[in-house]
Design a protein around this ligand. Structure first.
Ligand code: SF4
Length: 317
């Protein structure tokens, strides 16, 4: 249950080394109404179902970085059917992981997941670690993912902060329309300050704040009329002042970018069971300099191997 003492309490800074926001400012109780709303309105997503494995949580969290939920779900289900445990993935060649990643984007995540699976299988008895530091030591696992796995797979009590959480907290607690650039030393204590003491409620509150940011308190047109914390939202109460602080960096345009060219080359490599000649890659993009740069970066990242003599292919080992 939500701890009654969580109502309007001061921000508590219990993150090691953190220098959080104004520690003297009272924080409204957003957890109580958010939990009630979340229990009614939460989307039925695979990773929220009882019995969903910790391995599935790790895979889903890595897939969900930069990729929308609707695109992730079918890939996630196929992935877990094919590789139900980390050891199953570790036994497959990295090329299989890259192929199964298909068009989720940022395919380095597939290689990182394969490397993480190998470490879990060999160093953790095929069990996804629970400890945040042990999770952080896995390849490709950053602070957000480590906390998300500890909280959503194991129910531990940690603040979990993603872009949606930062936006909701900036608006509802700090009264700012935008969160500005990410700052873990401020963001984590702020999320900590709204978490109930109870472990299960704290885990659900993390998910509820994320859900509010994904469905209601969206970036461009927040649906304040449907918001369960509208009556205590500092930004709304202040009359929605314009944001005049630093802004979070915007994602670079995809069309015409090296990332687009990388994706086109990867599609060629994924589609072929044999090495692909440079001449077969040339038609995917007219600009030779950009094409060569994209291919070189794929080789550097280990997503492609080979050379002009032997052709190019996905990494087999
Ligand atoms: S009232 Fe509006 S701006 Fe405030 S948290 Fe809710 S949706 Fe976001």
């Amino acid at each position: 249950m939500v701890n009654a003492s969580s109502a309007s309490r001061p921000i508590v800074d219990n993150i090691a080394g953190a220098t959080g926001p104004d520690l003297a400012a009272p924080v409204p109780d957003v957890a109580t109404p958010l939990l009630a709303w979340f229990r009614q309105e939460a989307r039925d997503l695979p990773w929220r179902r009882p019995g969903f494995p910790a391995w599935g949580t790790l895979v889903s969290e890595i897939m969900l970085q930069q990729t929308q939920v609707a695109r992730v779900i079918p890939r996630l289900e196929a992935w877990l059917t094919r590789w139900p445990t980390p050891a199953d993935l570790a036994a497959a060649p990295p090329a299989d992981a890259v192929r199964a990643w298909d068009r989720l984007g940022y395919p380095r995540r597939a290689l990182a997941l394969h490397a993480a699976a190998t470490a879990i299988a060999s160093e953790h008895g095929n069990v996804v670690p629970r400890d945040v530091d042990a999770l952080l030591a896995l390849p490709g696992v950053g602070d957000y993912t480590a906390r998300a796995v500890a909280v959503f797979a194991y129910g531990d009590r940690h603040p979990v902060v993603d872009v949606n959480v930062r936006r909701v907290l900036a608006r509802s607690v700090l009264g700012q329309g935008e969160p500005g650039p990410a700052k873990a030393k401020q963001d984590l204590p702020l999320m900590e300050s709204v978490l109930p003491a109870d472990r299960d409620d704290a885990a659900a509150t993390n998910a509820a704040v994320m859900e509010l940011g994904a469905l209601v308190c969206v970036a461009r047109a927040p649906a304040c009329y449907a918001c369960p914390i509208a009556d205590r939202c500092a930004w709304r109460a202040a009359g929605y002042p314009e944001h005049d602080g630093p802004r979070a960096p915007r994602q670079a345009k995809f069309t015409g970018s090296d990332r687009q060219v990388r994706g086109l080359i990867m599609a060629e490599l994924r589609a072929s069971d044999v090495p692909v000649a440079r001449s077969e890659i040339e038609p995917v993009w007219a600009d030779a300099e950009q094409r060569d740069r994209a291919l070189a970066s794929l080789l550097r990242d280990g997503l492609a191997v080979g050379d002009d003599a032997s052709g190019y292919r996905l990494p087999e080992a």
